[in-house]
Design a protein. Structure first.
Length: 255
């Protein structure tokens, strides 16, 4: 009976995954037909139209690709953060990781003059590693409960948001402040093919680093002492999760 129950559960999971994959592919293809020029552009590009193909490959195609990749990365990073902190409410935004990365980007954009994608990515990577490192230290050395951990993340989030508002008020012109505010809202509308070239590898590396720690996250759900007795190194798992989550969050913030 137990074997049949496990087999039936696995079959249900496979059916669900196939359905979700089919839904994802359907929505991806549907998004390729959406735009100012209508669905006809998609058909013309597939037929090899010389003027439709550049518009399709440079504008329409990168947007859904970026949305799927960044959505999968942020979902994986949030799930890993929940497993690592043993808190179902924890994620990169609630704990201040995204806000700290955005703060570092605003500082680099205003005070240093960085505007290229790679420089913003490196700046966001530094901010996300800094915030995730603070969370790691709190979890490891302070043994905080869930309430205090979430409140610490909210405080870090509020501090980063306050500093972002301060830099926006100190902006040299209201137009520059408006551009940064629109950038902070987040959008894939202006993603180009060359943007995917640099954040695609970093997001894939982050996904691989997090998925590699899956079994250790399962052990950590039992508690730190129990996980260590099963051979899980808390320091090693935390290190890989910090690097993986930081790569994903930095990619999403920089875009």
């Amino acid at each position: 009976m137990a074997t049949r129950s496990k087999t039936g559960h696995k079959m249900k999971q496979i059916v669900r995954m196939k359905f979700l994959l089919l839904l994802l592919v359907t929505m991806f293809l549907f998004s390729l037909t959406q735009g100012a020029l209508g669905p006809g552009l998609f058909v013309q590009a597939l037929l090899g139209d010389p003027w439709a193909w550049p518009i399709f490959i440079e504008i329409r195609f990168p947007r859904p690709c970026a949305a799927i990749l960044l959505g999968a990365g942020l979902g994986m990073a949030g799930a890993a953060m929940q497993g690592f902190t043993r808190n179902p409410l924890a994620d990169h935004s609630l704990l201040g990781v995204s806000s700290t990365a955005a703060l570092c980007c605003v500082i680099g954009f205003y005070w240093v003059g960085w505007s290229s994608g790679w420089l913003l990515f490196l700046t966001a990577l530094f901010g996300s590693i800094l915030a995730t490192g603070v969370i790691y230290m709190l979890v490891r050395y302070q043994q905080l409960n869930s309430t205090v951990l979430i409140l610490s993340g909210v405080a870090l989030n509020a501090l980063a948001a306050a500093l972002i508002s301060l830099f926006l008020n100190l902006a040299p012109s209201p137009f520059a402040a408006f551009e940064v505010m629109r950038w902070l809202l987040g959008s894939v509308a202006n993603v180009k093919l060359e943007d995917i070239v640099w954040f695609f590898p970093s997001t894939l590396v982050g996904l691989w680093l997090i998925s590699y720690q899956g079994k250790h996250l399962d052990r950590l759900s039992l508690g730190i002492d129990e996980a260590q007795s099963l051979g899980t190194s808390f320091v090693k798992v935390g290190f890989f999760l910090i690097i993986g989550s930081s790569l994903i969050v930095a990619s999403s913030v920089a875009v």
